[in-house]
Write a protein that binds this ligand. Structure first.
Ligand code: FEO
Length: 395
């Protein structure tokens, strides 16, 4: 495969992985993914920014032969996770003169995880520059988006910013430049939700820094297409990472005999009638990426669960746990559920969401099918959600 030239002597040398169906064994991939890698040929030195996911190493290295790359001086490791660093040992074997250039935290990771020896690593400081002759790289440490070892690399003369996982998307392409369409927007949002949202405040800060201080001509992430118009992805990140929620209630539910779903449907109808948007999510059938995207925006989450063995349904517990670790900016929550013979349905779910410090609205628990008095309680819940949204100027 011919490397694609992005600017004079700056090439894309990554690969698409169209057949990958799931990432981190957690979130389904609608569009596969790409592992991006970039080659920069300076007048005196050649650098490679990020490498390849290990199962793709052979295909990746073959392309270096096809493109007559006989020498690499520096392998820039922006991050130690193996979808980007996994091919470093094979590259060092192929290009024995190459040195890995990275920050101290990433150096520790690749030494321990990939057994790269000390004498093959050059550790740099934040904002340090590395000359390739007529091109200069500046390293900008960006811990937290999404590992402590993450950094960006800035190619000064060409005004290109290589942002590693930050601003990426699980997306495959022929043309490496980002289309501005719904498919890419959704992929980037799903990616933000599952990978970056737990670090929302850092995302907010780095977005501001890139937008106002670096002002790159292009943003080149390590998954998904290159952004020739960085404002497209930066504006999206500004929205997703802002402190403002949308006037949206997310209602994930699992219902064994239909009673919990009946309550969820009643809530959906009542909330919509009050001008509040809803997103009903079937935990058994749903795609976790859709749930995660709902969490990016929702001001309120109402979790519905049947009782199983005196506690929440395990699939509802899984969703509560996931919401807890993804750390959305959601402000309000409640629970509905149905039981047969007893137990504590909401205690464990509440515990799993405790770190979010949600303002909890009175839950509704019914025995079997909901009765008229239960629907009255659901009306109270609808009124309470409306009042909460009004209190933060969403309605
Ligand atoms: Fe795409 Fe954190 O690796």
């Amino acid at each position: 495969m011919q490397f694609k030239e992005i600017k004079t002597n700056v090439y894309y040398c990554g690969l698409n992985d169209r057949n990958r169906k799931i990432f981190d064994e957690l979130i389904p991939l609608e569009n596969g993914t790409s592992y991006n890698s970039y080659l920069i040929k300076g007048s005196s030195k050649t650098a490679l920014i990020d490498t390849m996911y290990p199962p793709k190493t052979d295909e990746y290295l073959k392309n270096f032969d096809e493109n007559n790359i006989t020498k690499i001086d520096y392998i820039i490791a922006n991050h130690g996770e193996q979808d980007h660093s996994g091919s470093i040992p094979a590259l060092l074997k192929k290009y024995p003169e190459a040195i890995v250039v990275t920050n101290p935290v990433c150096a520790g990771n690749i030494k321990e995880m990939l057994h790269v020896p000390d004498d093959k690593i050059k550790i740099i400081e934040n904002k340090e520059e590395l000359s390739l002759g007529d091109k200069t790289l500046r390293f900008i440490f960006a811990p937290g988006v999404h590992w402590p070892d993450t950094m960006f690399t800035y190619l000064i003369e060409d005004n290109l910013l290589f942002t590693c996982d930050f601003l990426g998307a699980h997306f495959t392409f022929e043309d490496i430049y980002a289309p501005h369409n719904d498919e890419l927007y959704k992929s980037a949002k799903r990616y933000y939700a599952e990978i970056m949202m737990p670090f929302r405040l850092m995302c907010k800060n780095y977005t501001k820094m890139i937008k106002e201080e670096i002002k790159p001509e292009m943003v080149l992430p390590s998954h998904g297409p290159v952004h020739k118009e960085p404002s497209y992805i930066l504006d999206a990140y500004e929205d997703w990472s802002s402190d403002t929620c949308k006037n949206l209630v997310l209602l994930p539910y699992v219902s064994m005999y239909g009673s919990t779903e009946e309550m969820i449907d009643y809530l959906v109808k009542g909330l919509e009638a009050k001008g509040i948007k809803t997103l009903k999510y079937d935990i058994v059938e749903g795609d976790l990426g859709d749930l995660a995207m709902g969490l990016v925006d929702a001001a309120t989450v109402i979790l519905g669960s049947s009782m199983v063995l005196a506690g929440p349904h395990p699939m509802a517990a899984n969703i509560a746990y996931l919401a807890g670790v993804l750390r959305p900016k959601t402000k309000f929550a409640s629970f509905v559920g149905s039981y047969g013979w007893g137990g504590n349905l909401f205690g464990k779910l509440g515990d799993m969401l405790a770190n979010l410090k949600l303002d909890v609205i009175e839950p509704v628990l019914v025995k079997g099918k909901p009765k008229a008095t239960d629907f009255e309680k659901l009306d109270d819940m609808i009124d309470a959600v409306y009042a909460k949204h009004k209190s933060v100027n969403l309605v």
